[in-house]
Design a protein around this ligand. Structure first.
Ligand code: GLU
Length: 447
C-alpha cells in the first residue's frame, strides 16, 4: 500500500509541542514507508484565520525540517510557499465539501433543519479499531442518545470540522490518520461519515497526549508548550526532533540520540507507546547540549554568533580566530545557545559588572596581596597557554600556602565578572596576557 498521511493543523497563531510531535510522527511514517506527507491547513473558521497564523505553523515545520510533498502550486506572490507545492487550504475547497453534502442529502444521510444541515448519525455503537489504542467501542452518551445527529453545515454556509476533515481525508486518499488522542472522541462520527459516503475509512492511530512534568494536561500557557519558544531560545531543530520522537515512541534500544536518518529507518507505529508522555525540560536541555557539542565547528560558530547578536553582543569587531577559540571554550557546558551571552559574553563585552555576592566573598582585603603575587606570576609566565597558566597559578598558591581555589575564584571573577563559566586557564589563554592583566588590575582597583 502506498502510505498517504497528513498533518492538519488549524491556524491559531500557535504551534503546540503536541502538534509538532503529531506532524513529526506523520512525517517520519511517510518517510519510513516511502509514502506521501501532506500538509493541510484546516482554516474553515474564517474569523480566526490570518496569514500570520498560518505562517507560524509553516515556519515551525520548516525549522523542524518537516517538508511536505504535495498540494496546489502557490499562486500568491506574497505567499509563504511561492514556487513550491502546497499546503492545501480548506478555505479554498468549499466546492468539494458542497458536492459531498449534496451526496449525503441525496442518500438521506443528511437533512436540513432550521437553516443548518445535519448528519443522520447511527444509533448503534461504533467500534474503532485504532492502531495504537486498540479496539474502542463507542456507545452513545446519554445526551447523544436523545439526538446523536450533528451539524455538517452551519446556517451561514460554513462547513464544520467533522465534515471537512472526513471529506478531505477521503479526497486526498489518506491511508493513516495519525493524530492526538483528543480526537479519539470524534472518530465514531468520522467513521460513520465515511460509511455514509460509501468510502473505506483510513486506519486511525491516536497518539497519547503530552502532559506537564507534574502529570497535568499541557495547556497553551505552560512552559515549553509553544514551538516558537524553542526557535527563539536557541534550541537546535535536530535536538528537538530527537526529543519529540521519544515523547511517545520508543525504538527499544538502549540509547537516546538518533540522527534523522536513523529515525526514518526505525520509526513505526507499532512502537508508539500507549501511555501519556511527560514533558521533561531538563532532558530536552541535556539533549540540546549534546547536539550543540556534536555540531560541526563552523555551524556552531555561526549559530553562536547569531545568538550573541540577538542579545546585543557584537562579535564582528573581533578577529575571527579570537571569536572561534572563545566560542570553542563555551561549547562544553552549554545546554542552549540562549545561555551563551551570560556564559561567554565577557569575551566580547569586557567585564561590565561583578556578580555581587561573589564580589563580597572574593574581593576581600586578605586576597589583595595574593592576587598581586598572582599578577606578577602571570606577567612573568614564559608562555600564555592554559597548561603554563595552570602551573603558574598552582605554584603561586603553593608559595602562598593556600589552596589553588583561593586564587581561582577571585581570578575568574576578575576576568569574567561571574563565579562560573568556561575553564579559567583556557579563557585566560584566549583573552591573552594584556587583557587578562588589565582585567585583574581593574578588579584590584576595587579592593
Ligand atoms: N484540525 C484538527 C486539529 O488541529 C485536525 C485533527 C486531525 O488531525 O484529524 O486538531
Amino acid at each position: 500500500m502506498n502510505v498517504r498521511v497528513r498533518f492538519a493543523p488549524s491556524p491559531t497563531g500557535f504551534l503546540h509541542i503536541g502538534g509538532a510531535r503529531t506532524a513529526l510522527f506523520n512525517w517520519l511514517y511517510a518517510r519510513h514507508t516511502g509514502g506521501t506527507f501532506i500538509l493541510r491547513i484546516e482554516d474553515t473558521d474564517i474569523a480566526r484565520n490570518t496569514r500570520a497564523a498560518v505562517d507560524v505553523i509553516l515556519d515551525a515545520l520548516r525549522w523542524l525540517g518537516l517538508d511536505w510533498d504535495e498540494g496546489p502550486l502557490s499562486s500568491d506572490p506574497a505567499g509563504p510557499s511561492q514556487g513550491a507545492h502546497g499546503p492545501y487550504f480548506q478555505s479554498q475547497r468549499r466546492a468539494i465539501y458542497q458536492r459531498h453534502v449534496e451526496r449525503l442529502l441525496a442518500r438521506g444521510r443528511a437533512y436540513e433543519e432550521d437553516g443548518v444541515i445535519k448528519f443522520r448519525m447511527t444509533r448503534e455503537p461504533v467500534v474503532i479499531d485504532d492502531l495504537i489504542v486498540g479496539q474502542v467501542r463507542r456507545e452513545l452518551t446519554d445526551r447523544e442518545a436523545l439526538d446523536p445527529d450533528f451539524i455538517l453545515v452551519r446556517s451561514d454556509g460554513q462547513p464544520v470540522f467533522h465534515l471537512v476533515n472526513v471529506v478531505d481525508d477521503l479526497e486526498m486518499g489518506i491511508t493513516h490518520v495519525i493524530r492526538g488522542e483528543d480526537h479519539l472522541s470524534n472518530t465514531a462520527k468520522h467513521l460513520e461519515l465515511f460509511r455514509a459516503l460509501d468510502a473505506p475509512p483510513p486506519r486511525y492511530a491516536h497518539i497519547p497526549l503530552i502532559l506537564n512534568a507534574d502529570g497535568t494536561k499541557m495547556s497553551k500557557r505552560d512552559t515549553g508548550a509553544s514551538l516558537t519558544t524553542y526557535m527563539e531560545e536557541g534550541y537546535l531543530p535536530e535536538a528537538l526532533v530527537n526529543y519529540l520522537v521519544l515523547l511517545g515512541w520508543s525504538p527499544k534500544e538502549n540509547r537516546e540520540l538518533f540522527s534523522r536518518a536513523e529515525l526514518i529507518e526505525r520509526f513505526d507505529l507499532s512502537r508508539v507507546l500507549r501511555h501519556n508522555a511527560r514533558f521533561d525540560m531538563t532532558k530536552l536541555q541535556w539533549m540540546n547540549g549534546e547536539y550543540l557539542r556534536a555540531l560541526p565547528p563552523e555551524r556552531f560558530y555561526e549559530l553562536a554568533a547569531a545568538a550573541l547578536q540577538r542579545a546585543g553582543v557584537d562579535t564582528g569587531r573581533f578577529p575571527p580566530d579570537y571569536v572561534r577559540t572563545a566560542l570553542e571554550t563555551c561549547r562544553g557546558k552549554l545546554r542552549t545557545l540562549a545561555e551563551l551571552p551570560a556564559y561567554g559574553g565577557f569575551y566580547f563585552t569586557g567585564v561590565t559588572a561583578y556578580e555581587a555576592e561573589a564580589a563580597v566573598k572574593h574581593f576581600v582585603p586578605e586576597n589583595r596581596p595574593r592576587l598581586e603575587r598572582l599578577r606578577a606570576a602571570l606577567a612573568a609566565a614564559p608562555a600564555f597557554d592554559a597548561a603554563t597558566l595552570e602551573a603558574a597559578l598552582k605554584a603561586t598558591a603553593a608559595e602562598l600556602g593556600v589552596k589553588p581555589a583561593v586564587l581561582v575564584h577571585p581570578l575568574r571573577l576578575a576576568c569574567t565578572g561571574r563565579s562560573s563559566g568556561p575553564s579559567l586557564y583556557h579563557l585566560m589563554e584566549v583573552l591573552g596576557r594584556d587583557e587578562t592583566l588589565a582585567r585583574l588590575d581593574a578588579a584590584l582597583a576595587r579592593f
